[in-house]
Design a protein around this ligand. Structure first.
Ligand SMILES: [Zn+2]
Ligand SMILES: [Zn+2]
Length: 202
């Protein structure tokens, strides 16, 4: 597994794995709205699957885009990967463009943060220690096993397969999304189309 490290530099225009900013996705990608409240969702970030070093997914030329509803924090069932309060979509790495937010950008877009990946062992204790020591640098992890705050909620894809864990994102007051807790992103290694994201609160 690898730690997701926050860099103080501005993200370069074509950084594929990042938090915030505008999604870098095929130009025809549609911005998503919340299925619970109907409002536009906030773009949290994206992961280039080829950058993950996860053997089930790292040969796929796809980007995993993560959106979460920020309209009524905590009230759009963000804890449920299937409710529609979170959306994860897989897009191909072709014809990439910076997608424009569908509403007032100043309010809506998170500050763009460059992420680098640092190899690390996957012991829960190691991860928690590093997180406690350098909370401002670590925003989560890629690969290994999810460290659940509550019960194991590994989602099932619409094709019926148990999904593959890709990344865990930690709450940060600085970045301002979600409630205090962690987010978990998954993709399907069987149909290679499904992706899901859920949030667990402390
Ligand atoms: Zn909503
Ligand atoms: Zn599937």
């Amino acid at each position: 597994m690898a730690l997701l490290m926050r860099e103080s530099n501005q993200a370069p225009l074509h950084q594929l794995t990042k938090i915030g900013g505008k999604p870098l996705a095929p130009a025809n990608t549609q911005w998503v709205s919340c299925r619970v409240c109907g409002a536009w969702m906030q773009f949290l970030g994206q992961i280039g699957l080829e950058e993950t070093a996860i053997k089930e997914v790292c040969d796929r030329q796809q980007l995993l885009l993560i959106f979460m509803c920020s309209n009524n924090p905590g009230l759009c069932d963000e804890w449920d990967a299937n409710s529609g309060g979170n959306v994860a979509i897989l897009v191909s790495k072709t014809n990439l463009a910076n997608l424009e937010a569908p509403c007032d950008q100043e309010e809506f877009l998170l500050e763009e943060t460059l992420l680098t990946l640092d190899e690390c062992n996957d012991l829960a204790d190691t991860y928690c220690d590093i997180l406690n020591q350098s909370q401002n640098q670590i925003c989560g992890k890629i690969g290994g096993e999810p460290l659940w705050i509550q019960a194991d909620e590994t989602p099932i894809c619409s094709c019926g397969a148990r999904m593959t864990f890709v990344f865990q994102l930690e709450y940060s007051a600085e970045v301002q999304f979600g409630d205090s807790g962690s987010g978990y992103g998954f993709v399907c290694s069987v149909c290679q189309q499904g992706a899901k994201f859920l949030w667990q609160c402390c």
